[in-house]
Design a protein around this ligand. Structure first.
Ligand code: NDP
Length: 341
């Protein structure tokens, strides 16, 4: 059973050498009589930015627990049941593990209530790590529930070509909003405009002055900011919000590898402009997952929403795949193919 283990807690930018792919572990594909666990053969591992928080020492502030050095990383993943001690699952079932997939070839899932059975397989299975999984729910809950959007509003999305951002932009377009995204390369900006249907996009790495860029695309200001990056971009947005605007703070990836988070200087603007700023976690909206699937399946089938993935092959590629999120190497949802069905 090959595993990707965390070698040590990480400070600063994580490196491949902070992880190791070990090959000596074996797994018995058998459960004790009384066990209600499920053994899953992992097919896809999802690379998600929140995993960086789990590489910190346990005393650092984070909403999820730290990984244990010497043990495999874990996260969201798609797998196939090979042995089941639980009445709801049988051999051959395809499942989405909500945060409990080990980064290994086979995982013993001791909390089978975290497994969601995959019913529809007429879409790529990997979609359950992205558009049909946690990032999809993040875009859905964050945009519709937190941003409370109205047709015609002006929407700005950062990290806009990524797992979450590409969906937020497309949902906003379907609602009839004006949508602009920022991303870190020309290739990504082309995707925003030519594949996802954003009205405009810009490469923030080539914009020395974010505030000026935002003024150019939002001469009348921003109604909704879907924040994936925090930091300097958030500060620039705060100078460009419209009255009664909303900022959904989904994530702040520009801060995750800093020992000290940068300060935000322009917060005072939310008072006079009556801006509502709210952080949220997708997990708080799990009750909406069936409703979300009902909405998004027809969109996928009719081609109204598209999804770009960036798949690495083989568990050996997993450390580099994860780290690519923090350099922007990923183009779309980053996922690791461990085994075919
Ligand atoms: P992405 O697929 O967007 O990948 C991460 C991207 O972030 C990179 O491709 C890169 O894109 C960008 N990035 C990396 N470093 C920086 C930086 N220093 N400054 C600006 N951009 C940077 O990831 P996700 O869509 O999965 O996640 C997006 C955000 O949403 C993250 O902040 C994540 O933590 C958050 N999130 C929150 C959830 C919640 O429940 N609240 C759930 C899921 C995700 P580029 O090349 O454009 O710079």
């Amino acid at each position: 059973n090959k595993q990707v283990i965390l070698k040590n807690y990480v400070t600063g930018m994580p490196k491949e050498s902070d992880m190791a792919v070990t090959t000596h572990n074996t797994i018995t594909l058998k459960l004790p009589e009384s066990s209600n666990s499920v053994i899953v053969k992992n097919l896809y591992l999802s690379c998600d930015p929140y995993m960086r928080g789990r590489m910190r020492k346990p005393d650092s502030p984070s909403f999820v627990g730290s990984f244990v050095p010497g043990s495999p990383l874990s996260g969201y993943g798609v797998g196939k049941v090979v042995v089941s001690g639980h009445p709801n699952f049988k051999e051959g079932d395809l499942v989405l593990a909500w945060g409990t997939t080990g980064w290994e070839e086979y995982s013993v899932i001791a909390a089978p209530e975290t497994l969601l059975k995959i019913q529809s397989t007429d879409v790529p299975l990997s979609y359950y790590t992205g558009i049909l999984g946690m990032p999809g729910m993040t875009a859905y809950a964050g945009f519709y529930e937190v941003c409370t959007p109205q047709k015609g509003e002006r929407v700005f999305v950062s990290a806009a070509s990524g797992a979450v951002g590409q969906l937020v932009g497309q949902f906003a377009k379907l609602l009839g909003c004006y949508v602009v995204g920022s991303a870190g390369s020309k290739e990504k900006v082309d995707l925003l405009k030519n594949k996802f249907g954003f009205d405009e996009g810009f490469n923030y790495k080539e914009e020395p002055n974010f505030e000026a860029a935002l003024k150019r695309y939002f001469p009348e200001g921003i109604d909704i900011y879907f924040d994936n990056v925090g930091g300097k971009m958030l500060d620039a947005v705060l100078l460009n919000m419209r009255i009664h605007g909303r900022i959904a703070v989904c994530g702040m990836i520009s801060q995750y590898n800093l020992d000290q988070p940068e300060g935000v200087h322009n917060l005072v603007n939310i008072v006079g402009r009556r801006v509502r700023m709210q952080g949220f976690l997708a997990g708080d909206y799990l009750h909406l997952y069936p409703k979300y699937l009902q909405m998004v399946f027809p969109y996928i089938k009719e081609g109204k929403v598209v999804y770009v993935e960036d798949v690495s092959e083989g568990i050996e590629s997993a450390p580099a795949a994860l780290l690519g999120l923090f350099t922007g190497r990923n183009v779309g949802k980053k996922v690791v193919l461990v085994a075919r069905e």
